[in-house]
Write a protein that binds this ligand. Structure first.
Ligand code: SAJ
Length: 409
């Protein structure tokens, strides 16, 4: 394998492309956005991720990586484009179960089909509903007249890295590889062996798709349980953080952390891919999603409660990113809280040390500015910068709502 095309230069595709390029392969990075291509060509990246700027520059300077808008003939193709939720979804009785929007995956497969050659390998990395590789990607590629499994190889290899630790986890994490036949699985394994140091487990294509979805569903359902327990603890006057800490001393218990909701592009989305495949069989998964989606409204109710006696209170929302110490605001529950607070008529200020000004409503440029004169401080993201919030309070009368248990010792 000498030359690969990576389609989609986002959070996963860009580090993956740069990683292959710095491990000796010739890489064409492909993105449909002319702005992204232009920016990358000038050596600048459009994503904040520790170490990524340096890695991409090294890949470009080595001459091993180039960037363009359409794929070129290559030995292998990796699809790493988004699979957003299709809000219209499918009806399940009275409820709507959102399903995956496969538009980007299909467009990527169609562009690969224009340059596909006998002997090529195509790998899908995007998180996808069960059956996508065989039922959606394969037919598009086979319209070329080439046959999957004999003329070209096809596999699914989910990305499993955590934003904020992508470069390290790309190399060290275990990978699952599932091909449409053994030869495809083996070719994909060989490809990733260029830089993956973790174990590579081989399986079939549908199992590989399902494993990825199960991992994030496990997390979502467990977070929902933590959120539900936190609601009950609140009503009972029990400190949920201490209670969880004690329960988790049991060797077989790992209660997750309650919070303002579940954000990011994965955990709030992937469970729906399983649910949409069999709505009647997934009441637990669907309920967990609803519990986690209801969390921002609960935070707003807490704010209303805390400020009931104050006329026209000012609320400082601290943290916009979906989780600690990243700049990523995709599906961030903090944004939902902000919106709901504004809708309820609160005067709001928001601050996040990682998110550029102008991203969210009423954003200010310093923590001091955010908390001065505020009546209620709502800690929405557990960034390190907020750890000493209590000692920075402008007055002891300011209520703090710590949705993350970040200030609990
Ligand atoms: N959260 C809680 N309570 C918790 C844990 C997380 O409220 O106990 C919230 C976070 O604050 C955040 C959201 O859930 O809003 C998701 O954060 P996360 O750190 O759990 O996960 P992601 O979305 O950043 O990355 C996940 C990872 N999956 C798992 O840990 C099973 C990562 O390995 C995957 O690669 C990624 O999804 C993905 O691409 O699917």
């Amino acid at each position: 394998m000498k030359h690969i095309c990576v389609l989609g230069l986002g959070y996963i595709g860009l580090p993956t492309a740069a990683m292959f390029a710095t491990h000796g392969l010739c890489v064409t990075g492909v993105d449909i956005s002319p702005e992204t291509v232009e920016r990358l060509r000038s050596g600048e990246i459009h994503i904040k991720e520790p170490g990524l700027q340096t890695l991409v520059r090294a890949a470009l300077l080595s001459g091993n990586m180039t960037v363009r808008q359409e794929p070129v003939p290559a030995d292998a193709f990796i699809i790493a484009v988004p699979t957003p939720l299709n809000a219209h979804g499918e009806e399940n009785g009275s409820a709507i179960v959102p399903n995956a929007d496969l538009t980007y995956i299909c467009a990527a497969a169609e562009s690969i089909a224009t340059v596909l050659q006998p002997g090529n390998l195509v790998v899908l990395e995007s998180t996808s509903p069960p059956g996508t590789t065989v039922d959606t990607i394969r037919p598009i590629l086979e319209r070329t007249g080439l046959k999957g499994g004999t003329d070209f190889h096809l596999a699914y290899c989910p990305e499993r890295v955590l934003p904020g630790r992508i470069l390290d986890e790309l190399v060290r994490n275990e990978r699952i590889v599932g091909g449409i036949n053994e030869a495809s699985t083996e070719m994909a394994r060989e490809l990733y062996a260029h830089f993956v140091e973790g174990n590579v487990t081989l399986t079939d294509v549908s199992t590989a798709e399902m494993v990825k979805l199960m991992e994030n569903t496990y997390r979502d359902v467990n977070i929902a349980l933590a959120n539900e327990l936190s609601l009950v603890a609140e009503k009972l006057g029990i400190d949920i953080w201490r209670a969880i800490e004690m329960a988790n001393r049991h060797p077989r218990v790992h209660i997750h952390r309650p919070g303002p909701g579940v954000g990011g592009h994965c955990i709030a989305v992937d469970p729906w891919f399983i649910a949409a495949s069999h709505p009647e069989a997934t009441p637990l998964i669907q309920t967990a999603r609803q519990i986690n989606d209801a969390r921002p409204s609960h935070v707003v109710a807490q704010v209303k409660n805390a400020t009931a006696d104050i006329e026209n209170p000012v609320i400082a929302c601290l943290g916009l990113a979906y989780k600690a110490n990243v700049d990523d605001i995709r599906e961030s529950p903090a944004l939902a809280v902000l919106q709901l607070l504004e809708k309820a008529g609160f005067r709001v200020r928001s601050y996040d040390p990682h998110v550029p000004l102008g991203t969210a409503p009423s954003q200010v440029s310093s923590l001091k500015e955010a908390i001065t004169d505020a009546d209620c401080l709502v800690l929405l993201t557990d960034h390190n910068e907020f750890q000493h919030l209590k000692s920075m309070q402008a007055s002891p009368d300011q209520t703090i709502i710590d949705t993350r248990g970040h200030l609990t010792v």
